[in-house]
Design a protein around this ligand. Sequence first.
Ligand code: ZN
Length: 91
Amino acid sequence: MTKIDADDAPRASEMETHQYDGAVGGWGSLKGLSAVVLREKPGPVELGEELLRQNKHGGFMCVSCAWGKPERPHAAEFCENGAKATAWDLT
Ligand SMILES: [Zn+2]
Protein backbone atom coordinates (compact mmCIF):
# COMPACT_ATOMS: atom_id res chain seq x y z
CA MET A 1 0.00 0.00 0.00
CA THR A 2 1.35 3.39 -1.00
CA LYS A 3 1.15 6.11 1.56
CA ILE A 4 0.43 9.55 0.15
CA ASP A 5 2.12 12.42 1.86
CA ALA A 6 -0.13 15.48 2.07
CA ASP A 7 2.87 17.68 1.28
CA ASP A 8 3.17 15.93 -2.12
CA ALA A 9 -0.46 16.60 -3.10
CA PRO A 10 -0.86 19.28 -5.79
CA ARG A 11 -2.11 22.62 -4.61
CA ALA A 12 -5.23 24.08 -6.22
CA SER A 13 -3.13 26.81 -7.81
CA GLU A 14 -0.94 24.13 -9.46
CA MET A 15 -3.80 22.08 -10.89
CA GLU A 16 -4.91 22.43 -14.50
CA THR A 17 -8.53 22.75 -15.48
CA HIS A 18 -9.91 21.87 -18.88
CA GLN A 19 -12.87 23.18 -20.80
CA TYR A 20 -15.85 20.77 -20.70
CA ASP A 21 -18.03 21.12 -23.77
CA GLY A 22 -20.77 18.68 -22.71
CA ALA A 23 -24.11 19.61 -21.21
CA VAL A 24 -24.35 20.21 -17.47
CA GLY A 25 -28.08 20.86 -17.44
CA GLY A 26 -30.92 22.52 -19.26
CA TRP A 27 -31.62 21.76 -22.91
CA GLY A 28 -28.37 19.86 -23.34
CA SER A 29 -29.38 17.41 -20.62
CA LEU A 30 -32.84 17.08 -22.10
CA LYS A 31 -31.26 16.29 -25.47
CA GLY A 32 -29.07 13.60 -23.83
CA LEU A 33 -32.06 12.09 -22.05
CA SER A 34 -34.10 12.15 -25.26
CA ALA A 35 -31.41 10.16 -27.08
CA VAL A 36 -31.56 7.43 -24.41
CA VAL A 37 -35.37 7.36 -24.42
CA LEU A 38 -35.48 7.08 -28.23
CA ARG A 39 -32.91 4.29 -28.21
CA GLU A 40 -34.15 2.28 -25.20
CA LYS A 41 -37.86 2.90 -25.75
CA PRO A 42 -39.24 2.66 -22.21
CA GLY A 43 -43.01 3.00 -21.94
CA PRO A 44 -43.53 6.78 -22.12
CA VAL A 45 -46.36 6.82 -19.58
CA GLU A 46 -44.47 4.54 -17.21
CA LEU A 47 -41.30 6.64 -17.56
CA GLY A 48 -43.26 9.83 -16.86
CA GLU A 49 -44.87 8.29 -13.79
CA GLU A 50 -41.52 7.09 -12.46
CA LEU A 51 -39.79 10.43 -13.08
CA LEU A 52 -42.58 12.18 -11.19
CA ARG A 53 -41.81 9.90 -8.19
CA GLN A 54 -38.02 10.33 -8.43
CA ASN A 55 -36.52 12.23 -5.48
CA LYS A 56 -39.95 12.80 -3.96
CA HIS A 57 -41.33 11.83 -0.58
CA GLY A 58 -42.92 8.41 -0.99
CA GLY A 59 -40.92 7.87 -4.19
CA PHE A 60 -37.36 6.73 -4.69
CA MET A 61 -33.90 8.28 -4.61
CA CYS A 62 -31.65 8.92 -7.59
CA VAL A 63 -29.24 6.05 -8.18
CA SER A 64 -26.70 8.36 -9.83
CA CYS A 65 -26.17 11.07 -7.24
CA ALA A 66 -27.10 12.31 -3.79
CA TRP A 67 -30.00 14.51 -4.93
CA GLY A 68 -32.09 15.43 -1.92
CA LYS A 69 -35.82 15.21 -1.41
CA PRO A 70 -36.92 18.83 -1.10
CA GLU A 71 -39.85 19.73 1.11
CA ARG A 72 -41.71 21.18 -1.90
CA PRO A 73 -40.23 19.47 -4.96
CA HIS A 74 -40.57 20.51 -8.58
CA ALA A 75 -42.14 18.07 -11.03
CA ALA A 76 -38.72 17.48 -12.63
CA GLU A 77 -36.66 16.81 -9.51
CA PHE A 78 -33.91 14.65 -11.01
CA CYS A 79 -30.51 14.83 -12.67
CA GLU A 80 -29.81 13.80 -16.27
CA ASN A 81 -28.03 10.58 -15.36
CA GLY A 82 -30.68 9.67 -12.81
CA ALA A 83 -33.42 10.08 -15.42
CA LYS A 84 -31.39 7.97 -17.86
CA ALA A 85 -30.95 5.27 -15.22
CA THR A 86 -34.68 5.26 -14.58
CA ALA A 87 -35.33 4.90 -18.34
CA TRP A 88 -32.85 2.01 -18.54
CA ASP A 89 -34.46 0.32 -15.53
CA LEU A 90 -37.80 0.31 -17.35
CA THR A 91 -36.49 -1.51 -20.44
ZN1 ZN B 1 -29.19 12.23 -9.65
